[in-house]
Write a new protein. Structure first.
Length: 642
């Protein structure tokens, strides 16, 4: 019996290849561990562990953003700290000015001491301008967003504001931010001498109206609507629409349902119409809002032939809003223009060529006076401000209704009597006649203003007085501002308004005048100046009152300065709160960075003890591989035949 043994022949070449491959792989692994130990990183290149490398990159990006946020917060906090220092200096200056005012009231102060005090106040005005132009790290603190330009321009007689009042924000989180500047308006009351439209200028909608301007600026959430005319149903994609005209074109061009879109009669929304026997229903797809936002959601079909009148789309005012769209599409009187006066300088602002609201604003900005004009933060009104702190501003008519239409006439009929004369109001005496209107025919109208609160009520009281009977017509001046009284009696005497019972009402209303015969019109003075309520204004008022030895106005200026001191203290409190908020945010972000750094280290950094142990294992394996190869590779067939 024989035993057959079958073996598999292994060639020397294969043995050599296997040995070399094992040695090379072992060397590669040792080189990898050596590179890790040299760099201190387990992931010294992404190919070692692609999944961990992706996590590492994500952590690194988060750390970079967090580190940048911490740096930004630190700079913002330093900016706020410099702001607080400037506000502290402002408080000290106002305290000094207030003390000057209090020591120069009453009989104890003479003309010479007040003249000297006026010189000191003049120097305080210069110091105040220097505080207003304070810088931090080359950036002007109170310049708003225009931090590269000094905000205040001081001359010998006035201070002009040339900055802006924009806020600066620093991000404290992905979804939150903190304002880190104090505007000149907050700190100094700059640009508070402004007029703002009394009412919403309420622009109507047109085909060119952008969808982003609708719904008080919230815009339209794009999507697809379902439309039906009672017979046919289709979906209309409005996701690519940018203007209301695009929406109208998409509906009109649907090619399926018999529905025609346009602007409604009120000019504030859409109008959908269909044939006499058809119905209209409009709905959103599940989860959609576009029909609702467009004011045309009508899930239940309307009666046959009925129109779908869309709701008010509440368009906001923007720079591109057409002038013809203002006031619900009625527009304004652009032909007459209006008169703006700052101090002794007066210009007529011509709006006849204005096409858009931007054109309107530019006419004010470049009219030759130091004015700023813009759309207010609500997006519904415009404002015009005087940048000269020491001067009053007046905005009146030029024979038409332009200022009234825009709502910026500085003495409208609706103005409160208490707001006249820079807020000092109209001084009346209760229960007696305040003034007499003496007509040229000798007839007298005795006016008691007790209980009246607006200019319009004064006009109505004069026109409706029992003794008037049409003798005198009271309205507002057609040019500029002020109350106009027109005598219709045609008598031989003078037309005049006389004070009565020591009342100052006629003076405060600006109608304490005598017009010699044959004059028949009293054009009252404009007693509604637009006055800046700020520190520069009050210091100028104090200086002028000291120079004119006016105890009443010295007292008023001192009282106003005390209010400013209190206001600045509140602003400083707000700054302190912001600084604390930023410090807390910085601490929180730094803690997050430590945690993320730990996670990053776990994913990326090398465990040296484990690496050394692995290297020693690889080294032993490498030596064994060499020894095995050395003992196997020299053998040949002759070694087995001997």
């Amino acid at each position: 019996m024989s035993l057959n043994i079958t073996g598999t022949r292994v060639s020397n070449t294969l043995l050599a290849q296997v040995a070399v491959r094992n040695i090379n792989q072992n060397m590669k692994q040792m080189l990898e561990v050596q590179s890790q130990m040299a760099s201190g990183l387990r992931l010294y290149k992404p190919s070692i562990d692609p999944a961990s490398a992706a996590v590492t990159l994500s952590f690194q990006h988060i750390l970079e953003r967090r580190s940048q946020a911490v740096a930004n917060i630190s700079r913002s906090n330093e900016f706020l700290s410099s702001t607080d220092t400037a506000l502290s200096d402002l408080q000290d200056l106002l305290n000094e000015a207030s003390e000057i005012a209090s020591t120069n009231i009453g009989a104890g102060a003479d003309d010479t001491s007040r003249q000297n005090a006026a010189t000191v106040v003049g120097s305080l005005i210069s110091q105040l301008a220097q505080i207003g132009n304070r810088q931090y790290n080359g950036r002007y603190i109170f310049a708003g967003r225009a931090t590269d330009q000094a905000p205040f321009d001081l001359s010998s007689t006035r201070v002009r504001f040339v900055g802006d009042t924009g806020a600066l924000y620093t991000m404290t989180d992905r979804s939150s931010s903190t304002q880190y500047n104090v505007t000149a308006e907050d700190a100094f009351g700059t640009l508070t001498g402004r007029v703002t439209s009394l009412d919403d200028l309420d622009p109507d909608v047109t085909a060119a109206t952008r969808l982003s301007e609708l719904n008080a600026g919230d815009g339209i959430r794009r999507g697809t609507i379902t439309a039906s005319d009672g017979t046919n149903v289709t979906q209309i994609d409005l996701s690519g629409c940018d203007t209301l005209g695009d929406v109208i074109d998409a509906i009109n061009g649907n090619g399926v349902v018999n529905i025609t879109a346009g602007i409604n009669a009120a000019g504030n929304g859409l109008l959908l119409q269909t044939g006499p026997g058809d119905t209209i229903s409009i709905d959103d797809l599940p989860g959609g809002y576009v029909a609702r936002d467009l004011g045309i959601l009508q899930a239940t079909p309307l009666p046959p032939g009925a129109d779908l009148v869309g709701g008010d789309l509440d368009r906001l005012l923007t720079a591109t809003t057409e002038m013809t769209a203002l006031c619900g599409g009625l527009g304004i009187d652009q032909a007459s223009g209006l008169i703006v006066q700052v101090g002794s300088d007066s210009v007529t602002v011509d709006l006849s060529a204005a096409v858009t609201v931007q054109d309107l604003l530019n006419e004010f900005r470049y009219c030759g006076l130091d004015l700023q004009a813009d759309i207010d933060s609500s997006g519904r009104r415009i404002w015009v401000a005087n940048t000269i702190a020491s001067e009053n501003m007046y905005v009146g008519e030029n024979g038409g209704t332009t200022a009234t239409d825009l709502g910026i006439r500085s003495m409208p009929a609706s103005m409160l009597l208490a707001d006249l004369n820079g807020g000092y109001g109209v001084r009346v005496i209760e229960g007696v006649t305040d003034f007499n209107i003496v007509c040229s025919d000798g007839s007298v109208i005795d006016m008691d203003l007790a209980g009246l609160s607006t200019v319009q009520e004064v006009l109505d009281a004069i026109n409706g007085h029992a003794a008037n009977g049409g003798r005198v017509v009271a309205d507002l001046n057609a040019v500029g501002n002020g109350i106009r009284l027109t005598d219709t009696t045609g008598g031989p005497g003078d037309f005049q308004v006389q004070r009565a019972n020591s009342s100052f009402a006629a003076v405060d209303l600006g109608v304490d005048q005598v017009v010699p015969n044959p004059g028949a019109v009293i054009n009252g003075d404009d007693v509604a100046p637009v006055v800046e309520q700020g520190v520069f204004r009050h210091l100028f008022a104090l200086r002028d009152a000291l120079l004119s030895n006016d105890s009443v106005n010295i007292s008023r200026a001192g009282s106003a300065l005390q209010d400013e001191i209190d206001r600045v203290a509140r602003i400083r409190g707000s700054v302190g709160t912001r600084m604390q908020s930023l410090e807390k945010a910085s601490t929180r972000i730094e803690d997050e960075c430590v945690q993320i750094q730990g996670l990053l280290s776990e994913a990326r950094d090398l465990d040296y003890a484990a690496a050394v142990s692995r290297f020693e294992t690889l080294q032993a394996t490498f030596q064994a591989s060499l020894q095995t190869a050395a003992s196997m590779l020299p053998l040949s067939l002759l070694d087995f035949l001997r």
